[in-house]
Ligand binder design. Sequence first.
Ligand code: JDK
Length: 236
Amino acid sequence: MNNVNRFDVITIFPEYLAPLNLSLIGKAQAAGLISIGIHDLRDQTSDVHGSVDDTPYGGGAGMVMSPEPWGSAIDAVAELVPNEVHELIVLTPAGQKLTQELAIELTKSKHLIFACGRYEGIDVRVSDFYSTQKNFKVREISIGDYVLGGGEVATLVIMEAIIRLLPGVIGNPASLDEESHTLTSDDGALVEYPNYTKPKEWRGLSVPDVLLSGNHGEIAKWRLEQARIRTKNRPN
Ligand code: JDK
């Protein structure tokens, strides 16, 4: 049962999330399938400068985000979805790696809250505190082993991976079905087979004859074989 319908994102760069109003996710919002709130962390600051960071205890380069504005912001967005478990996703290069399996698991939550840090990240007591709250589930997530400037782009990636799986978001659900077969087939995760469309010949390159044959059995066999070859030859 797919359950997600509310996403809240907390960031010091709300404009970074503007692409959520486009394409598939924009349409899903317009259709009322999901709703998304973007929140400026600085709205939670008390000082005139709107400070959200400070020097790290123990020393070291860079700045760390202070826990107080995060606590206020997370408490405020949690109130938007009362009597539910809030899945608090803290983006960090040290988190659990995003996979299709994790994206599928996240579709099961009614309320996802994304905490997008900047600088060297957020004081770990924010994760530690909400981990002790029975109405929260905290997950630290990475989208891969490289270092981004902050959590915003990682949030866009995770939200897109989740939202396209929700019922009614993709016009042709058969494509999701086929995808789940390739990603979880017997011989392990396969990468996709190569795609072709018109014209039949382009810059001296032809479409393989089997794809023009109309023989669906042979086409399925060829595609599986191609997917296996590509999976084996992939550099990582
Ligand atoms: C959230 C801030 C930037 C964080 C410290 C990290 C090892 C120490 C810069 N998959 C992925 N990649 N990057 C992120 C991500 C980066 C973030 C934040 C997510 C918040 N940043 C940042 C930490 C460091 N450095 C590498 C040595 C540097 C998610």
